[in-house]
Ligand binder design. Structure first.
Ligand SMILES: C[S@@+](CC[C@H](N)C(=O)[O-])C[C@H]1O[C@@H](n2cnc3c(N)ncnc32)[C@H](O)[C@@H]1O
Length: 283
């Protein structure tokens, strides 16, 4: 398909617009991303150039949404980087389960804050189901665990909620043993077990908006999303995230991400070959 060429003025217009709507910054050397991801939308809507596309997006919310969705990167996989899930299994779930068993805590609350097509929250649920199956936390499958999963993109949430994955998605990180135990095949589609899906509640949320109404969490996964945001927005976001954690709550960020220069609210801990963060007691 022919691709429209974006001018300098149009690039600035779109950079500002996209950052304002969803926090994603597009550096000038990534102008090609706008051209490759938005040309089809422009042409389908009879736009001769990016200025026309911008103009219609300002009066048509569905076009605005399509632009934002096209500019998000939904790359994800099962048990991404493995160590976060090892840490959950070996350190965090045992600690939180202890609190449930002693009556100190009624529910363990997770938030997967940019959940994409669901692999992240479902991987958490699978770790919990495996612990319960092995007799190390039956509470996790009898009401003590709740996972809130949010994303900006409505279309990716639609895929996530369905819990249906093709062979390629399954081949990316899902161990065969778990695939055979927790998925049923429907033709070429793998359908995730209802019990694993049930503990996950999906909802649309733009991280630029306030999110205190989600309540407080014990563990927040904010992985591979802040990399797209400006330094200023990262600072603000990590501050809001810290306010959403229970005392002693944990935060996971992506393998290539860091809190240095963005937040002083957390202590960095290491286990199972990876790093995770614990909310400081005195902040
Ligand atoms: C690369 S995926 C990361 C998925 C998962 N956390 C992981 O690490 O595999 C980034 C996700 O962030 C979402 N996203 C981007 N900007 C967002 C925003 N402002 N609010 C909420 N989600 C956003 C995208 O829609 C996308 O699904």
């Amino acid at each position: 398909m022919t691709s429209l060429i974006i001018s300098e003025t149009e690039l600035t217009l779109f950079q500002k617009f996209i950052e304002k709507e969803c926090g994603i910054t597009i550096s000038s050397d990534k102008a090609y991303l706008l051209e490759t991801r938005l040309s089809r939308l422009a042409i389908e809507n009879a736009c001769n150039n990016f200025t026309d596309l911008y103009k219609i997006s300002q009066s048509d919310p569905s076009i605005k949404n399509k632009i934002i969705e096209a500019m998000t990167t939904n790359e994800t996989l099962w048990f991404r980087d493995q160590w976060p899930y090892e840490i959950l299994k070996e350190v965090i779930f045992p600690e939180l389960l202890q609190k449930v068993k002693s009556g100190e805590k009624r529910q363990i609350r997770f938030w997967s804050a940019a959940c994409s097509s669901g692999q992240e929250p479902y991987s958490i649920s699978l770790v919990a189901h495996e612990l319960a199956r092995l007799g190390k936390g039956k509470e996790l499958t009898t009401g003590a665990l709740s996972i809130t999963a949010t994303d900006l993109s409505k279309s990716i949430l639609f895929i996530a909620k369905a819990g249906r994955y093709d062979g390629l998605s399954i081949s990316r990180g899902m161990p065969e043993e778990l695939r055979d135990r927790y998925f049923k095949q429907d033709g070429r589609v793998y359908v995730l077990d209802e019990a694993v899906r049930q503990v996950v509640q999906f909802q649309q949320l733009n991280l630029m908006n306030p999110f205190t109404e989600l309540g407080r969490f014990d563990v927040i996964m904010l992985r591979n999303v802040a990399i797209y945001f400006s330094a200023e927005f990262k600072k603000e976001l990590f501050k809001k995230v810290a306010q959403c954690l229970n005392p002693d709550g944990y935060l996971f960020i992506g393998a290539s991400e860091s809190l240095i220069g963005y937040s002083d609210d957390f202590d960095r801990l290491e286990a199972c070959g990876g790093a995770y963060y614990k909310l400081k007691r005195s902040r």
